[in-house]
Design a protein around this ligand. Sequence first.
Ligand code: DGT
Ligand code: MG
Ligand code: MG
Length: 298
Amino acid sequence: MWAPCAAKLRDCWAASSLILSRCLSLGVSMAKSKFEYVRAFEADDTCLPHCWVVVRLDGRNFHRFAEKHNFAKPNDSRALHLMTKCAQRVMEELEDIVIAYGQSDEYSFVFKRKSNWFKRRASKFMTLVASQFASSYVFYWQDYFEDQPLLYPPGFDGRVVVYPSNKTLKDYLSWRQADCHINNLYNTVFWALIQQSGLTPVQAQERLQGTLAADKNEILFSQFNINYNNEPLMYRKGTLLIWQEVCEVTVKEVKLPAEMKGEKMAVTKSRAKPVPLYCDIIGDAFWKEHPEILEEDS
Ligand code: DGT
Ligand code: MG
Ligand code: MG
């Protein structure tokens, strides 16, 4: 019974000695190889300490992607909710993201000023956010687009920007929200002119050339009886994700006391979750209501 076992051990030993001697003859030592020097070619992409690190993702060629997948115009609430679901997974799976903001085909993720995740390497932050987001987009697609198959794999580009102060971070987020407002107002009138007045895209574009925000509001109101301020907040303001304590109710089998054995009971647990808000972040009100988000500034 032991003999075959001993023979196998001997064979194993012989094989590993052979591998070791081959490695040594190739110049490979156990700790370092002569090829180790190529590590020095890696660029140092450490983000500046004590700065907010922002990763912004943007859908690649989503003009085409939206057409091919029959997105509603100008806003497809399924697409926007799917984006937010992916952003929530990013916040839950990765570390140190304090706030995220999304609109259209983009999402920005803000890492804590003092985060030391992956030694603050920009490439790690960016690639982990982008890959987690993209795989979630495919994973959850069917939950949001029940009748629309995913025709090809979408991609997302990413960039990292560091902001040195609370002011610059707030201005960054305000910039993205202002962009959301400008584009959404334009798109709302543009598509109303096409869908309700029968203009061609070129005619609609010409009609809007040189118009100011007040003119666009006026066209919406007088021609289409649309009060822009009553359009859904998610379309006008984008989506903000912040951590909040949420009560979750789960049904569990309770073991004790003996007379209740086997009975099911609702158990309430509180846990922090990334919760969507649709609100203004350009003014001070939001930041005064949630001082904990920026409190690290000292
Ligand atoms: P890129 O980012 O340079 O690879 O190119 P695009 O085409 O992704 O351009 P971008 O990111 O500037 O604009 C976003 C596009 O995504 C825009 O053409 C409209 C489309 N899109 C985003 N959300 C929606 C939506 O809810 N409905 C529709 N119909 N289109 C949307
Ligand atoms: Mg894009
Ligand atoms: Mg975009």
